[in-house]
Design a binder for this molecule. Structure first.
Ligand code: C2O
Length: 444
């Protein structure tokens, strides 16, 4: 569907209200259901939702305060809800084989015993996760903590999640699940190419790449610099100035943009410099209006303490490959088998994982040659990329990392805080749906 660009306002997803609260826990109810939403003005699109909205409502959690979400599956297909980036007990992790049948419901328990960070929740039912997320099952889950709150970063209405993704929206509104080069539409918070009215002041924007497999290279249309303050797992040690940011599917980055340097009445767009030929690069237009009051927010030169990892006791290698004839995706030559444990380690063990992507762009011009890598349960640090130190913006806690064509990326992590079986996988969801996934068992 063609729409007039920047003709609709960018919505901010509603914050979910607890159904009840006790001294230490907030209880939520969410229903997964079909809904008709307007992605492109004037046409209705049938999508799969959490709570009837696209994206799902935002959960705001606080470190040390528990959250329980009862998920009701009112869809006609299996679902599993995974809290991406959550340090969650295995029975609440939304394991690909641990699904909620249609008509059933279950509770997911989240301890939120981790640093402030921008997490997201999404479907993980094996083989269906890619189509389910594509069709709308994704939402933000934001954890705050006192250390972060004390920094004075832009807050309240100036702290905004942007769930960014691509889609193919047909003229009649139908959302078609197809390959990346057939998905020209860019959505922010469920709207195709919206505008966002911003005051001439600083904003904290939480960027989520919730595309099923599309990497994006984000820039401002005037090439101006902005400040990155956080990665997947929370705040960086120090803010990083940059003018572009590469995000592969599943990754998050938090940035502070100071719109105070733009004249009221002017506009600047957020663009994907990796848009394919024929696609629009600019997908979100910021329209600057006068600030309502004095901007008292700050980006302090020191953001957080990144505690060092203990020395590693094991090194492992993983090769992400594909079988072109069969259309399957492999890790170390194997397809995912839920009954097989690929890696066994001990609770608290620190390991170095070396992850290689032997597939090249030349061979597979349509993104297929590239992979990324995501671990459940814990966050990792990027040690090096092809032997070179990671870019400053990759030097925080991560749970998903781009592994470009021909690259080897070494990451280090400590396995905990829970024992049990968890998956790791390529977060190009068509790849994980086609078995590019493995199991780690953490023995307590
Ligand atoms: Cu965001 Cu195993 O997933």
């Amino acid at each position: 569907a063609a729409s007039v660009p920047f003709s609709q306002p960018m919505p901010i997803p509603p914050v979910l209200r607890p159904a009840r609260s006790t001294l230490d826990t907030d209880f939520y109810e969410l229903r997964m259901r079909y809904a008709d939403v307007e992605i492109v003005p004037g046409v209705r699109s049938r999508v799969r939702t959490y709570g009837g909205v696209l994206p799902g409502p935002t959960v705001r959690a606080h470190r040390g305060r528990k959250v329980v979400v009862r998920q009701h599956n009112d869809l006609d297909l299996d679902a599993a809800v995974h809290l991406h980036g959550g340090h969650v007990a295995p029975e609440h992790d939304g394991h690909p084989m641990d699904v909620i049948a249609p008509g059933a419901n279950r509770e997911y328990h989240y301890d939120n015993d981790q640093r402030a960070a921008s997490l997201w929740y999404h479907d993980h039912a094996h083989h269906s996760e890619s189509e389910n997320v594509y069709n709308g099952l994704h939402g933000s889950y934001l954890i705050s903590d006192p250390l972060e709150a004390a920094l004075g970063l832009p807050g309240g209405q100036y702290d905004v999640p942007l769930q960014i993704r691509d889609a193919r929206v047909e003229a009649d509104g139908k959302l078609t699940y197809t390959r990346a080069e057939q998905r020209p539409h860019m959505l922010v918070n469920g709207k195709e190419r919206p505008y966002f009215r911003v005051e001439a002041r600083r904003y904290r924007l939480r960027l989520f790449n919730v595309s099923i497999d599309r990497p994006m290279l984000l820039r401002l249309s005037d090439g101006a610099e902005f400040t990155q303050i956080a990665t997947d797992g929370g705040l960086l040690a120090e803010p990083v100035r940059l003018s572009e940011i590469l995000m592969s599917a599943g990754e998050r980055a938090e940035v502070v943009i100071d719109f105070g340097r733009y004249r009221a009445g002017s506009s600047v767009a957020l663009r994907n410099a990796m848009a394919l030929p024929g696609e629009n690069q600019d997908f979100l237009r910021f329209d600057v209006v006068p600030a309502a009051g004095r901007d008292t927010s700050a980006v302090p030169p020191k953001l957080a303490e990144l505690e060092p990892l203990p020395p590693a006791t094991a090194e492992r290698s993983f090769v992400l490959d594909m079988n072109k004839e069969q259309g399957t995706f492999l890790i170390n030559g194997l397809l995912y088998d839920p009954h097989r444990v690929d890696v066994r380690t001990e609770l608290g063990a620190t390991e170095v994982w070396s992850v290689t992507n032997p597939n090249g762009h030349g061979e597979h011009p349509n993104f297929l040659g590239t992979h990324n890598f995501h671990t459940h349960l814990t966050h990792f640090r990027v040690l090096d990329r092809n032997g070179a130190p990671p870019a400053p913006y990759e030097q925080g806690w991560k749970d998903t990392v781009e592994i470009g064509p021909g690259e080897t990326v070494r990451i280090a992590m400590s396995w905990g805080p829970h024992p049990g079986r968890y998956v790791y996988h390529c977060h190009r969801l068509p790849h994980s749906a086609n078995a590019q996934m493995g199991t780690i068992e953490i023995v307590g």
